[in-house]
Write a protein that binds this ligand. Structure first.
Ligand SMILES: Cc1cc2nc3c(=O)[nH]c(=O)nc-3n(C[C@H](O)[C@H](O)[C@H](O)COP(=O)(O)OP(=O)(O)OC[C@H]3O[C@@H](n4cnc5c(N)ncnc54)[C@H](O)[C@@H]3O)c2cc1C
Length: 381
């Protein structure tokens, strides 16, 4: 059930997408570039500020409403769902919780105002799931830190204006200790980025490498306390994971809608393929996948809104929704037969995007382990 206000937000998003976005999707995906010109349009409509409080220029939305908006947008285009989730994702949330007033003024407000794009840079070539084994270093030198190392698979790598980056400040440390969080701005000497071309899904969202070669940043760019970086990295992940769950819910909805329309239209053996029970089985599974994923996501969102612990629910929602999205998009492509192989079809794009969703922000395997740990009292990572 949506409130009138939630319905209005979703309707606004739908209208904007139909007017300004739908015609851009195919080219953007083909050219692997994001159409930045649509950002002010979504900002004007109040759709980019997410759950960040209004005094920081955010949307002040509750998590339930934000999840509904992300679902709506993502049902059309998963990449746009990532943009809508950005401000209250790990970077915005990290700045809100740990930033100084100066950092919030310089970085958070432009982010919520749609004036800058930001990335979250944790993964390295040799450390992904085990991110705490990172080797990028930051060495104190007077009032500065000097960063050396590289990050890989970072969202918005070549578009982003700044990056919340994690580096080891204690050279003798191992694991999660001795890591600090920095804000690195594009244009900083010694900092460069490189796009990764030709990835399977989320093609219009540029992803790439960040390189730090004696990259000098003032200590004012340290976020939170020195050595608290890994805690910052993990604490910001909860809202990011909820956003991915909502994106997956949108993807499932798109596959269901497209499959029903196509199955009613397409004929085989002189009958619509929707009349075959083997097609109906797939549709029934899609309905359950949507209803269950949506319910889990909104339950996790409601717990966050109530200020209650939600680790278990967020992990469960993301894991369930991303696996359901993969299965649903797989069945949708099957219903489309040969046409499902064509990149221009929404189900084809959703199928490729679903696979990416099973890897980013926690793979299926690691989420399953973390979820089990919440019940076995071993704490969350
Ligand atoms: C499109 C895209 C965008 C991304 N965006 C970002 C970003 O913005 N910022 C960022 O920091 N990172 C980003 N990533 C990186 C992503 O978070 C990592 O790919 C992910 O954490 C997995 O790490 P990995 O690829 O190194 O896989 P690995 O950690 O090498 O894992 C390989 C396989 O082993 C499994 N595995 C690992 N450990 C275990 C275990 N203990 N038990 C069982 N199985 C295990 C994994 O589940 C996986 O199936 C992005 C990745 C992609 C593809």
């Amino acid at each position: 059930m949506r409130t009138t206000e939630q319905e209005m937000f979703c309707e606004t998003a739908r209208g904007l997408i139909e007017r300004h976005v739908v015609d851009l999707i195919a080219d953007s995906e083909r050219n692997q570039s994001f159409p930045r010109e649509i950002i002010p349009i979504f900002h004007e409509a109040g759709l980019l500020g997410g759950t960040i409080p209004t005094e920081f220029g955010g949307g002040g939305l509750d998590h339930v409403s934000q999840s509904m908006v992300i679902e709506e947008v993502s049902s059309h285009w998963q990449v746009l769902g990532s943009l809508v989730a950005m401000a209250s994702g790990p970077v915005g949330r990290g700045l809100l919780t740990f930033g100084t007033p100066e950092q919030q003024e310089r970085f958070l407000k432009p982010l919520t105002a749609g004036k800058s794009l930001a990335g979250y840079a944790l993964t390295e070539a040799s450390s992904g799931t085990d991110a705490s084994r990172m080797s990028t270093r930051a060495t104190r030198d007077g009032d500065d830190f000097v960063l050396d190392g590289a990050k890989i698979w970072i969202d918005w790598a070549t578009d982003g204006d700044f990056f919340l980056t994690f580096a080891r400040t204690d050279p003798d440390s191992t694991g999660a200790r001795g890591i600090s969080a920095f804000i690195i701005e594009r244009g900083t000497p010694g900092f460069s980025t490189l796009a990764i071309e030709g990835k399977m899904g989320l093609r219009a969202l540029t992803v790439g490498e960040l390189h730090f070669d004696e990259c000098r940043v003032p200590a004012a760019n340290l976020l939170g306390e020195e050595g608290a970086g890994f805690r910052i990295a993990m604490s910001a992940l909860e809202e990011a994971r909820l956003g991915v769950a909502a994106r997956a819910v949108g993807g499932i909805r798109a596959c269901l809608e497209e499959s029903v329309a196509y199955a009613n239209d397409r004929e085989a053996f002189g009958r619509p393929i929707s009349s075959f029970q083997l097609t109906q089985t797939k549709i029934a599974d899609m309905i359950m996948a949507y209803d269950a994923s949506e319910a889990l996501t909104l339950k996790a969102a409601a717990l966050l809104d109530a200020g209650l612990p939600a680790s278990r629910e967020v992990l469960g929602a993301k894991l369930f929704a991303q696996e359901a999205f993969m299965r649903t998009s797989h069945d949708a492509v099957q219903i489309f037969g040969a046409y499902g192989m064509a990149e221009e079809y929404r189900v084809n794009r959703m199928f490729r995007d679903a696979k990416v969703t099973e890897v980013t922000g926690g793979t299926n395997e690691i989420l399953r382990i973390l979820l089990a740990e919440t019940a076995m009292g071993r704490g969350s990572r």
